[in-house]
Write a protein that binds this ligand. Structure first.
Ligand SMILES: Nc1ncnc2c1ncn2[C@@H]1O[C@H](COP(=O)(O)OP(=O)(O)OP(=O)(O)O)[C@@H](O)[C@H]1O
Length: 310
């Protein structure tokens, strides 16, 4: 189990980036870290990997303490793997040689079988002999993930792992990778801006704001009961509106068009979203967004009702 206890870190004096963070990650568990750009997600991953000397607090993996560069000649805890945003691959050797770099040269058959298995996970078999310098950003990102898995880590730290990968490949890769990690019981911490990483694949979600942990719970519970507009906005457009003197947070799909209602809205804009339209409207002097199956004309008055999550 990973046990992070009251850690604090700052790059420069009096500018804390991580302020008293505490949480746990069990073996094989998947945790997502979300929050606005610059809130400290990458810093947290680096701290867990052992790249910093913390100003306060401790990090343990089971009964081993993870310490920073002051106590380690080569920083980076050996049972973890960290895939940074800049990948850090070797450009002048091939994709499969990059993956094999961390595997034993004394067992060439096992090493080859493992490389083939990982090429399958990242769907890069066709590029196994291509030099990394000739790959696209998204392809390099996939190789970096495979290389991190070559010598099976106990905990994988991924920083925006699918940021450079196109939507077409992203969904399949995400499903294969997270299924693979679960199958091998590898714990994983993913820093991400993409709600899909959290909603469909994480066991837990931590949201960071103003250098502190704002919430730590299951993604479903955080999504359905967002504690603030900041949290809800990580998932979708959000309406913060007053109904019967109560302020509520509603996603666009929680406002429905109905035949009759005491609530009326005047439509001002419609945005095509593929299989639905996002409608912007004015309701009691407040701007609201809701989804509808067809376009609604500007200035048309409609009846709406609100659907709360159960
Ligand atoms: N090497 C560094 N020296 C000084 N300040 C840094 C350094 N690296 C990051 N910071 C600062 O620390 C804060 C947190 O940065 P970090 O990269 O952890 O954020 P993030 O949440 O991962 O952002 P993003 O989502 O944009 O990747 C930012 O204010 C950043 O400017």
């Amino acid at each position: 189990m990973l046990k992070v206890s009251n850690i604090s870190y700052q790059y420069t004096k009096n500018k804390p980036v991580l302020n008293d963070f505490s949480f746990k990650v069990n073996k094989g568990e998947h945790l997502c870290i979300m929050g606005e750009s610059g809130c400290g997600k990458s810093t947290l991953l680096k701290a867990i990997y052992g790249l910093f000397d913390l100003q306060k607090g401790t990090i343990f993996w089971n009964d081993e303490q993870i310490t920073g560069p002051a106590e380690n000649l080569v920083p980076g805890f050996e049972k973890f793997k960290y895939v940074a945003q800049d990948f850090d691959l070797m450009p002048y050797i091939s994709v499969s040689e990059n993956i094999k770099k961390f595997l034993s040269r004394f067992y060439p058959e096992e090493s080859e079988a493992r490389t083939q298995e990982l090429l399958e996970v990242i769907q890069m078999k066709a590029f196994e002999h291509t030099k990394v310098k000739n790959l696209s950003g998204g392809q390099k990102q996939r190789v970096a993930i495979a290389r991190a898995l070559a010598k099976e880590p106990e905990l994988l730290l991924l920083d925006e792992p699918f940021g450079q990968i196109d939507n077409f490949k992203k969904s399949g890769l995400r499903r294969r990778l997270f299924a693979y990690l679960k199958e091998k019981n590898i714990a994983c911490i993913v820093a991400t801006h993409d709600k899909n990483d959290a909603l469909s694949f994480a066991d837990k979600l931590i949201v960071i704001r103003n250098n502190s942990i704002l919430v730590n719970n299951s993604p479903k519970s955080i999504y359905q009961n967002p504690t603030s507009r900041y949290v809800a906005a990580l998932f979708d457009d959000v309406n913060e509106i007053v109904i019967y003197s109560n302020k509520v947070l509603l996603y666009p799909h929680q406002i429905k068009l109905v035949e009759k209602s005491e609530f009326r809205a005047i439509c001002s804009n419609a945005y095509f979203k593929g299989f639905y339209w996002l409608i912007e409207a004015e309701f009691n002097g407040q701007n609201v967004f809701f989804n509808h199956t067809s376009k609604i004309k500007t200035n048309e008055e409609v009846c709406i009702e609100f659907v709360l999550h159960s």
